[in-house]
Design a protein around this ligand. Structure first.
Ligand code: ZN
Length: 164
């Protein structure tokens, strides 16, 4: 599972580009209409604030996800990547991705655990772009903020709209 060393720098550049792209042009930025689940996320350490919207259909599948707010590039990029990754997933699968991403990000980057700690499905390759923040523990909360908001929104599935 280890990446060939020769490609590591290229991959890092690719991921950095992806983060910057999502930070500058966040996908699904805005609000969703009534009936959607919402949760607020605040990261006081950095000043990141966002509100996540999740539209779940009757079959417990995520029809759409969106967010609004302001924060550092990492927090915005992570939220943007999240909205793309979870759209179309079942609630259970979205929760599994939440666990996988937050586990990956909160583990220190070492040779042993780098890519084998938590396997993400191939279709979530883009989320590996967030792995770089593990080198910067102070930024991990920026990257996990939107994911905790997702978890919070999905846990209030029964109907309560917001954590406020
Ligand atoms: Zn931040």
């Amino acid at each position: 599972m280890s990446r060939p060393a020769a490609d590591a720098d290229d991959l890092y550049d690719l991921y950095r580009e992806l983060i910057l792209d999502h930070a500058r042009n966040p996908r699904n930025f805005g609000s969703l209409g009534g009936g959607t689940l919402t949760a607020d996320g605040v990261n006081p350490l950095c000043g990141d604030r966002l509100k996540l919207y999740v539209d779940v259909d009757a079959g417990n599948r995520i029809r759409a996800a969106a967010f609004e707010g302001s924060g550092c590039a990492i927090s915005i990029a992570s939220a943007s990547l999240l909205t793309e990754a979870v759209t179309g997933l079942s609630v259970d699968n979205a929760e599994a991705v939440f666990s996988a991403v937050t586990n990956r990000l909160t583990q220190r980057h070492t040779e042993q655990t780098s890519m084998v700690d938590v396997e993400l499905d191939g279709s979530f390759d883009k989320l590996q772009a967030l792995d770089g923040v593990r080198e910067f523990p102070s930024r991990v909360k920026c990257a996990t903020l939107a994911w905790h908001a997702l978890h919070s929104a999905l846990s209030h599935e029964a109907g309560a709209a917001t954590t406020e």
